[in-house]
Design a binder for this molecule. Structure first.
Ligand code: SAM
Length: 282
């Protein structure tokens, strides 16, 4: 008889409030042969709360290279397995990414359950535009990569999300304010879904001052509003003036087109046609 291949279920779990477990997530965790957990003792709290007696096995960043071949074999042999992390979505700044990649590469069945994440929860409550956003996880603590990432946020028009620890929050807000400007609007979303949940909204500068005075505790996400990049507005008369000045200085039409295109950001071909017409009337 042919063995039916097992499925790897990706199961998000609550980020603080145990009630955020879905009915489907509980059913799947009860039905699989094994739950792969970041910290088996922590996921034990969730399992006890929902009477889930399934065997738990640890899957961490360190042991996953050793465990993955065994997991793939279990799936091939017909056992279904669930992957959870300590909180939220496995794989998002949590172990799980390499296993998911290997399961996809091996064309084994994979089912993703939708569920809680600090990323979407903070994004939805930020009040900023959320049609487009960038999530960078934890910034490097120091060094050139950190500086380059912060520099890139300066002109980033999409809403930006970062994870940060309470001990580093103030330093990160200060670094962000120094490069993005103290007036750039941001939100610090703390202890989401928990008893002491709080949302701190303001400018990067004000938030840095506030958290210096009141050092934060708990877990937090920083959400930064996208840059309001001002697009240069050009009126036809000023473009024509620039072309005329260039032509009168003795520049050729082609040179003029190149120069004014660089000055205005308009296509050189468009400037060239305009310059030809203006030259004939000089
Ligand atoms: N995989 C998780 C998810 O999808 O939410 C994220 C895990 S990451 C290791 C942990 C970080 O997520 C924390 O340092 C914090 O930045 C953020 N986080 C997790 N739970 C949170 C909560 N309840 N409130 C605010 N931030 C939270």
């Amino acid at each position: 008889m042919e063995t039916v291949t097992g499925t790897l279920y990706i199961v998000p779990t609550p980020i603080g409030n145990l009630e955020d477990m879905t009915v489907r997530a509980v059913r799947v965790l009860k039905s699989v042969s094994c739950i792969l957990a970041e910290d088996t003792r922590l996921s034990g709290i969730l399992c006890r709360h929902y009477d889930i007696a399934t065997r738990r096995m640890s899957l961490t960043e360190h042991n996953s290279p050793m465990r993955i071949p065994w997991i793939l074999q279990q799936l091939r042999d017909g056992s279904s397995i669930a992957l959870v992390s300590d909180a939220g979505c496995p794989g998002i700044s949590d172990p799980g990414g390499p296993l998911i990649r290997e399961v996809v590469l091996a064309s084994l069945p994979l089912t993703v359950l939708p569920g809680p994440s600090a990323v979407t929860t903070a994004l939805l409550g930020s009040g900023f535009l959320i049609d487009r956003f960038v999530f960078e996880g934890f910034l490097p603590r120091k060094g050139r990569v950190r500086s380059a990432m912060i520099q890139a946020f300066h002109s980033e028009e999409r809403t930006i999300l970062l994870f940060e620890s309470p001990v580093r929050l103030c330093a990160t807000l200060k670094d962000l304010a120094a490069v993005l400007g103290p007036g750039r609007r941001a939100v610090v979303a703390r202890e989401l879904t928990k008893i002491h949940e709080s949302w701190h909204r303001g400018s990067l500068g004000d938030l840095a001052v506030f958290f210096e005075e009141f050092p934060p505790r708990g877990e937090m996400v920083i959400v930064i509003e996208g840059a309001d990049v001002v697009k240069p507005t050009l009126d036809a008369a000023s473009v024509a003036d620039q072309i005329t000045v260039a032509l009168k200085s003795g520049m050729k039409v082609k040179e003029t087109a190149r120069l004014v295109a660089a000055q205005t950001g308009l296509p050189a071909s468009q400037i060239y046609q305009l310059a030809l017409r203006l030259k004939s009337s000089l």
